[in-house]
Design a protein around this ligand. Structure first.
Ligand SMILES: C[S@@+](CC[C@H](N)C(=O)[O-])C[C@H]1O[C@@H](n2cnc3c(N)ncnc32)[C@H](O)[C@@H]1O
Length: 312
C-alpha cells in the first residue's frame, strides 16, 4: 500500500527541534509516517515512539522499522499515551518532543471504503480504528434531537435541525447506507444561495461532526494533552497541528490554562479547573499557518494551525 498522505507543515515542525541534542520523541499521530521519518533522518534521536489508532499505520511503519532500531509503532489511541509509555520499554523515560497532527490522513479519506469522504461512494463507517460506534448506526438509529445536537456541537452546522429532520424522514423509507446518499440528503437541506456563497461542500460540517463523534476525537485530545504533562521532560515541547476550530480552541485553552495566562475554564473546555499550576510556557503566541506555497501544493493543509508550548 502506497502512502498517500502529504505531511503538513513539516518544515515548521522541525524548526522547533534541537539539532544536536539527543532527544526522545513521541509522534502521537503516526499516519503515513512522514513526521517520524523526517525526524529520524535529520535529528539525533535516542528513541522515537509512534502511536496511531489505525491498524493501517502498521503497513507504513514497516520501512521505518527496517531502517531504524530506535523506532517503534504502537497501534493504540493517544488518549492512552501515558499507559503506552509505562507498558513499553519507555517506562520511566521522559520525552523531549511530543507531536500531534490530529484529524484524518489522506490514506483514510481517500479510501472510499472507510466512509470519510462525501465525494466518493462508500459505506457509512468513519472509524479511524477500533471504536464502539460507527456512522451507519448513528445516522440510522439515533433520535432526531440527538442527531441534531451532534451535528451542531461537533460540526457547528447552523442547519443541524433541518438536516437531522431530513435524515430521519429518509431513513423511514430506506436505511441510509452510503456516503453519497447521506451527502445528497444534506445538500437538499442547505439554502441554494448559501451553497453558492460558501466555498466548502454542503456536507463538510455534518461529516466532520459525525466523524468527531464516532471517534470521540475531542475527549481523545483533552485526555492526551493532560497526560503529556506527566511524560514531558523539563524544556520538552508539545507541538499540535489541528485542522478545525473545535480542536484548536482546546489546544489554545489547554496551553493558556497551564501557562497561567487564563484562570477560568472555558465554554469549549469546561473540564478545566479554574486554577492550575503553571507548567507550560507558550512558544507560539499566535498559531503558525502553512505557507501559501504549501497550500497551493497541498490544499488539504489550508486549515492547519500549529501551536507549540514548552514544559517549564
Ligand atoms: C493527519 S494524520 C497524521 C499524519 C502524519 N503526521 C504524517 O506525516 O503522515 C492523523 C493520524 O492520527 C491518527 N489519529 C487520530 N486520532 C487518534 C487518536 N485518538 N489516537 C491515535 N491516533 C489517532 C489517525 O488515525 C491518522 O492516521
Amino acid at each position: 500500500m502506497k502512502n498517500l498522505h502529504n505531511s503538513v507543515m513539516i518544515n515548521e515542525i522541525i524548526s522547533f527541534l534541537p539539532l544536536k541534542k539527543s532527544i526522545n520523541v513521541i509522534d502521537a499521530t503516526f499516519g503515513g509516517g512522514g513526521y517520524s521519518k523526517t525526524i529520524l533522518e535529520k535529528f539525533n534521536v535516542n528513541q522515537l515512539l509512534a502511536i496511531d489508532r489505525d491498524p493501517i499505520s502498521k503497513i507504513f511503519a514497516k520501512e521505518i522499522e527496517s531502517k531504524f532500531s530506535n523506532f517503534i509503532l504502537i497501534n493504540d489511541k493517544f488518549s492512552r499515551i501515558e499507559e503506552i509509555v509505562s507498558n513499553t520499554k519507555f517506562k520511566d523515560k521522559k520525552f523531549d518532543i511530543i507531536l500531534f497532527d490530529i484529524g484524518t490522513s489522506s490514506n483514510q479519506i481517500d479510501n472510499a471504503q472507510r466512509g470519510f469522504s462525501f465525494n466518493k461512494s462508500g459505506p457509512l463507517d468513519m472509524r479511524m480504528g477500533a471504536s464502539d460506534k460507527n456512522a451507519y448506526d448513528i445516522i440510522n438509529n439515533y433520535e432526531e434531537k440527538n442527531l441534531a445536537e451532534i451535528i451542531y456541537q461537533y460540526g457547528e452546522e447552523r442547519y443541524s435541525r433541518v438536516i437531522a429532520k431530513e435524515i430521519v424522514k429518509n431513513r423511514k423509507i430506506k436505511f441510509i447506507s452510503d456516503t453519497i446518499e447521506l451527502s445528497n440528503i444534506i445538500k437538499k437541506c442547505l439554502p441554494k444561495k448559501n451553497q453558492l456563497k460558501n466555498k466548502i461542500h454542503p456536507a463538510t460540517k455534518t461529516f466532520q461532526a459525525i466523524r468527531i463523534y464516532v471517534n470521540d476525537e475531542l475527549s481523545e485530545l483533552k485526555t492526551s494533552l493532560e497526560k503529556t504533562l506527566k511524560i514531558l521532560n523539563k524544556d520538552g515541547l508539545i507541538l499540535v497541528v489541528s485542522f478545525q476550530s473545535l480542536e484548536d480552541r482546546i489546544v489554545k485553552d489547554f496551553f493558556n490554562h497551564n501557562s497561567g495566562k487564563r484562570w477560568r475554564s472555558s465554554r469549549h473546555y469546561p473540564e478545566l479547573p479554574d486554577k492550575l499550576a503553571t507548567q507550560l510556557k507558550i512558544i507560539t503566541k499566535k498559531p503558525i499557518l502553512p505557507s501559501a506555497s504549501e497550500i497551493l501544493e497541498n490544499p488539504r493543509s489550508r486549515s492547519a494551525k500549529l501551536r507549540v508550548a514548552q514544559k517549564i
